[in-house]
Write a protein that binds this ligand. Structure first.
Ligand code: SAH
Length: 506
């Protein structure tokens, strides 16, 4: 089984730089012994214009059988012969990927001690794999490599050239072309060759999850076929696949950072007739939440999707809240929060009251169990609608605090924001914005399903036609008693003006 990697040179850079990058001298043929046979690295061509490195794995079938102790491909009782008569010698399977990973491990990490600048330079690369076992066919091969920037040629290999009517075999002749970093190309191959083969020759242990995340760094989290890749790479082991999916989702969310403070939150009415300074909506929201939490008697509070930590900061000012935990998926938001709170300079007693955790609300998290109250302030609309049941389970099913306070924009109010073009949501990352009826429908269903009572409160001026700018639901575990604090209802009776951001600029 073998594959080749070629590059072309230019006036500034000879093609033989490939040898430096791979840490294998172009003038030598080298052999490395691996657990499954001998891996050879040789260069069929190597001059300034063109350089091709070939990796050839000479499989030791006997060693393979001994190692696998019958666990090998096709573990069926009649597979004894299949251990010796099979496609191992020529098909580019997971064995080749393992050889690639061990022979080119330094290159895969993008390290070149002799020429440190080299790994960072994209090269015109051409990878050829003459016999690639591809479960899913040429179509899947394209779906896997094209999103990574490769130009893919995937031709099915006929079962027998002498007998064309026998049709195609399950093998593909694959050519990939791209201007890419060599380390990235190697990592793509290392993961995707076994994924296409879909029959790992070795037992997949839990540390494969770490390996996959390491090798998949920078390209796997956002790959459209992420789920299939993870599942097959981890040999369909469900618990490992789930763990990898969770971690990749965290990576994806952290990459698509949406922790910006919403502009409209800070908008105030500049022409307000009142002498008193009008209160921005963001502040009104925090005051409403604090009132709900105080009325509930909560001492230990979760701020889920805490963003840059404004609410955590407000909670810290009230000694009634003895333990405050801010959770967010965005590392960047948490870093800003930590700076805002001056966590590193805080006295010991104060610091012992606050914890910031990275985590996704779309997954159950044991660390969030046993709190008095949880706040989701302008968070649910940042999740894709199909992820909401997962959040519901994580918060109301698993963490299960006594009180849960959820706020979200009321989309009906958007017509009152002069600066907001019709039909637009308030923030680029909002996946949806609900009417009052939609929010109430969702909240009532959740409450019923999870054994909570729910009440609704307006935040900001409660417009007779379109309602308030922010809508709030307060859930109380099992309790029929009212959860409405006086201070909140009375506040909404005397609305403060809340106004568009453009008014601020005026
Ligand atoms: N509660 C804050 C921030 C609101 S912005 C405030 O009112 O100012 C929404 C926040 O939710 C962002 O910080 C975003 O990173 C976070 N978020 C989005 N999806 C999340 C998820 N699945 N798990 C945890 N946090 C998430």
């Amino acid at each position: 089984m073998f594959l080749t990697i070629s590059t072309t040179g230019s006036a500034q850079r000879p093609a033989t730089d490939l040898g430096h990058l791979l840490h294998k001298h172009p003038e030598k043929a080298q052999a490395f012994s691996t657990s499954y046979g001998t891996a050879h690295v040789l260069y069929p061509e190597a001059d300034a214009e063109r350089c091709t490195a070939a990796l050839l794995l000479e499989v030791d079938a006997v060693a393979l059988v001994r190692r696998s102790k019958g666990k090998g491909r096709g573990g069926a009782p009649d597979a004894a012969l299949a251990q010796y008569v099979n496609d191992r010698p020529y098909a580019a399977s997971s064995l080749l990927a393992v050889a690639l990973g061990s022979v080119f491990s330094t290159a895969m990490r993008g390290v070149c001690a002799a020429r440190p600048e080299l790994p960072g330079v994209p090269l015109p690369l051409r990878v050829e794999v003459p016999a690639l076992p591809a479960r899913g066919g040429a179509d899947l091969v394209r779906r896997l490599f094209e999103p990574l920037g490769w130009t893919v040629t995937a031709e099915p290999v006929p079962l027998d050239v002498e007998f064309p009517d026998w049709g195609d075999s399950r093998y593909i002749r694959l050519t990939l072309e791209s201007a890419a970093l060599l380390a990235e190309a190697l990592r793509h191959l290392y993961v995707l060759l076994p994924v296409l083969d879909d029959a790992k020759h070795y037992w997949v242990a839990p540390d494969e999850v770490d390996k996959l995340l390491r090798v998949g760094d920078g390209w796997l989290a956002g790959h459209p076929e992420r789920e299939l890749i993870t599942r097959r790479y981890l040999s369909h082991r469900w618990s490992l696949t789930r763990r990898a999916q969770e971690r990749l989702e965290l990576v994806r969310l952290a990459e698509a950072d949406d922790s910006e403070v919403e502009d409209l939150d800070n908008a105030v009415e500049p022409e307000a007739e009142d002498e008193e300074k009008p209160t921005p909506l963001g502040v009104q929201r925090r005051e409403a939440i604090l009132a709900v939490l105080r009325a509930s008697g909560a001492a230990r509070v979760l701020d889920l999707g805490c963003g840059q930590g404004q609410l955590v900061q407000a909670l810290l000012k009230d000694p009634a809240f003895t333990e405050i935990v801010g959770v967010d998926v965005s590392m960047r938001a948490l870093t800003i929060a930590s700076r805002r709170l001056k966590l590193d300079r805080m006295g010991e007693r104060q610091a012992s009251r606050v914890t910031l955790l990275q985590g996704s609300l779309a997954y159950t998290d044991k660390r969030l169990k046993g709190y008095d109250a949880a706040v989701l302030c302008e968070v649910i609309e940042h999740l894709d609608l199909p992820r909401l049941p997962a959040l519901e389970y994580a918060v109301f099913g698993s963490a299960r605090p006594r009180t849960v306070c959820v706020t979200t924009p009321n989309v009906e109010y958007n017509v009152r924001w002069e600066s907001l073009p019709a039909g637009k949501v308030r923030h680029g990352d909002h996946r949806f914005e609900w009417t009052r009826e939609e929010f109430r429908g969702w909240a009532r269903t959740v409450a019923e399903r999870r054994g909570y009572a729910v009440e609704f409160l307006p935040v900001g001026p409660d417009d007779p036609e379109v309602g308030p700018p922010t809508q709030m639901a307060v859930f109380r575990l099992g309790g029929p008693e009212s959860v409405t604090p006086e201070s909140v209802t009375s506040k909404s009776d005397t609305p403060k003006p809340v106004t568009p951001k453009e008014a601020k600029a005026a």
